[in-house]
Structures are given as C-alpha cells and as structure tokens.
Design a protein around this ligand. Structure first.
Ligand code: ARG
Length: 395
C-alpha cells in the first residue's frame, strides 16, 4: 500500500464500494469513520462491516448532541426550509461529518481524503467544500471519478460479497435525527405516488380518527419542553418524531433544485422538523413586529440556501447567524399543534413577549382602539397608489 485514505463510512452501498475501490484501484490503506448523527444504525454492525472490508482502523463518533445544538437548533431559529419544503436534514449533517473526518485525518496522518458521493448530488459540494476549508490533501471520490451508477455498484458489491439490504436496493436512503430522505427507484417518475413501504417513520395506514396534540415550549427560539415535560435536546426531537409520525405527520414530497442544476424528486420523512419549524415560525409572528417578520424571512431564506448549497463556512452565514441569534431574544412561549390523520396545524400560541393585544384587536365593546384614527391613516397610506390609478385612467 502506498498511502492511507480516510473515509466517512455509513456501511451503505456507496461507501462500502468506495472502501474496495480505494484499496484495489488506488492501492491505499483505508481508515473509516462513522459519525452518529442519530441515523439509528447499529454501530457494532457497521464496525463489523468495515472490518470485513479490510479497513486498517474504524472509528465511531457520537456527534448527536453537537448535531442538535450547533446545527439543528440554529436551523430552527432560521425556520430553515429549502424551497419552502425541505428541512435540510442531510445538508446540515454533512459539514459536521466532514469536520469530524478532518479531526481523525490529522490524528491518523492520512495522505488522502475520500468520500462516497456521486457527481450528481449536493453532498459532494458540502463534503468537498468543508474538507477543502480544513485541509490541502487530495480528495478522492470514486463514485464521481469513475462515473459509477447504482446498477454497476450493486454488481460490484455482489462480486465482493458486500451485503446490501432490500430497502437500500430499492431506494437511496439518508437519515439522521432531523429527517429521512428517500430517493431513486420508482420515485424517479415524479408522477408515481411513493409506495407505503418507503416510509418507516410516518404511519400511512390505519391512522387514528382522534386528534392528538403537541405543546411545544420555546426559550429564545430553542425548544426546551414538550407536553409539559422538560427534555434534553436529543430526546425532545426523538419524542416529536415518534408522536407526530404516529399521527401520520411529516411526509414531504417535492421537486427540488440541486446545486449542480439537476431537478430531482425528493421524498422525506421529517415529523419533528415539520412540527418544530411550523411552531417556531408561528411563535415568531406573535412576538416580532411586522417589520422584523418581513425582513427575517429574507434572512431565513438566504440562510437555508447557504446551508443547502454547501456554504456552511461562508462568512455570510455567520453574519446571518448573528442577526438571527439577536432576533431570538423574545422568541419565548408555547405553541399548541393539533394533528389528525396526517395533517398538522397550529391551534394555539402564547408568550410573555406577545405583541398581540386583545384590547386592541377585539371587535367587542371593550376595545381601546380608536377607529376614527384609521380614516386619515388609510388616506395617506393609499395616496400614491390612488393618484397613479387616476392618472392611468385619464390617459
Ligand atoms: N436532496 C437532499 C439533499 O440534498 C437529500 C439527499 C439525500 N442524500 C443521499 N445521499 N441520499 O440534502
């Protein structure tokens, strides 16, 4: 062997194939690292898989706490939904995984960095950019470099005795605490409804006819308690994933614009993310002025785009983070969500920083709002628009 490569290893099809390619085509020793971001895999099984593939050393790093606190929570504060739909589960995990790979790379004194991303996706963008920001070592991406497709990979895996489970044969899956992305197979026809067995987190059959509720308490934009119980960050997200998933809530199906220009059909299961972002943005609207709400939506959208497109390290992102953090000082309160047969909606909210005033808003006799003041306001508010309209009609 003529050197040593490090690889973020999930134990799935792509990264298993990459281990063999690195050994056989590049003549490299391989060190594998599995980062636990809540994907729920059996870490012992993955370590055994790595060993069977003949890696020199395998690391398992539990990064769940860091993932929630430094990646998921900031994304909730930013109401981060790419193209109004996708909660960025995969996108948020990539820079963290790459950071951890770099840490081990130093320790192991490797000569190359490797990843299992294809040349068609967003993950290559996220990995390459984070790896490049922290190291000058060559980056090897065999799937991309050799233009491999899934059929060829499956054949190669078979030849090398690499076992791939049935779901992974039908779909390409990526999952972590924040969501489960399902791509490929029959989903590649955007008109095909996803088959029920594509879903694992969200119940799609025999749903209860009785509603269930979630009461989420936020402090400075961060969820701290659910249904009256204070929970640790990881448990809180797991709890909502379970409860909302059982109510059929959290399936997202949309057409997504990838960074490399491809339009793709993406299906996700994101029960906790869907509920938490809906609840958080609802609470913000109660405590922020209309000016804050309007402007922050622009910041949120840009934040989501930077995170999606692999620019997690760009200085603009930390600029936006500073703005967003400042905006969260009053985002404290409780939001009530009602879930029924796959649908979800906010049905109540309260906050000590609420700008909602019953006395001003009420149509009842106790109102303190002087309607007479509105007359002059409306006249001035519409002055230019009415004038322009009149002129247009004259012409
Ligand atoms: N489209 C999503 C994203 O770019 C999900 C990608 C899922 N990744 C995967 N390797 N299957 O973040």
């Amino acid at each position: 062997m003529t050197g040593k490569a490090i690889l973020a290893f999930s134990g799935g099809l792509d990264t298993s194939v990459v281990v063999k390619y690195l050994q056989e085509q590049h003549n490299l020793d391989v060190v594998t690292v599995t980062i636990d971001v809540g994907q729920g895999d059996d870490q012992k099984k993955i370590a055994a898989k790595a060993k069977k593939l003949g890696v020199k050393r395998h690391y398992n790093i539990d990064a769940r706490k860091e993932f929630v606190e430094k990646y998921i929570f900031p994304s909730i504060k930013a109401n981060a939904l790419y193209q109004k739909k996708y909660c960025l589960a995969t996108a948020l995990a990539r820079p963290l995984i790459a950071e951890k790979v770099l840490e081990i790379a130093k320790k192991e004194k490797v000569t190359a960095l490797a990843h299992g991303c294809s040349g068609k996706g967003n993950d290559q963008v996220r990995f390459d950019i984070t790896l490049r920001a922290g190291s000058n070592l060559p980056i090897i991406a065999p799937i991309r470099d050799m233009n491999l497709d899934r059929t060829t990979e499956l054949k190669f895996a078979n030849k090398h005795g690499i076992k791939i489970d049935n779901v992974a044969k039908r779909f390409s899956i990526d999952q972590n605490l924040w969501g489960r992305a399902i791509e490929g197979g029959v989903l590649e026809d955007p008109f095909n409804e996803p088959p029920a067995d594509a879903f694992i987190w969200v119940k799609t059959k025999n749903l209860s006819t009785k509603p269930s509720y979630l009461e989420i308490k936020f402090e400075k934009g961060v969820p701290v308690a659910v249904d009256g119980k204070v929970m640790q960050p990881i448990n809180l997200i797991e709890y909502i994933n379970k409860k909302a998933g059982a109510a059929g809530v959290g399936i997202v199906d949309h057409i997504e614009d990838r960074v490399v220009g491809i339009k793709s059909r993406e299906v996700y299961e994101t029960p906790a993310a869907s509920c938490l972002i809906e609840a958080h943005s609802d609470l913000e609207k109660m405590v922020h002025t209309k000016h804050e709400t309007k402007f922050k939506a622009i910041v949120d959208d840009e934040w989501s785009w930077l995170a999606y497109s692999g620019l997690w390290q760009d200085p603009l992102k930390s600029n936006l983070d500073a703005f967003i953090e400042e905006s969260q000082s009053r985002v404290t309160g409780t939001v009530k969500i009602k879930m029924l047969q796959g649908s979800m909606r906010v049905v109540g909210r309260k906050s000590k920083y609420s700008l909602y005033s019953h006395d001003i808003a009420t149509y009842g006799s106790e109102s303190t709002f002087d309607q007479k003041l509105a007359k002059g306001f409306v006249e001035l508010w519409g002055m230019q628009s009415t004038e322009a309209n009149k002129l247009q009609k004259k012409r």
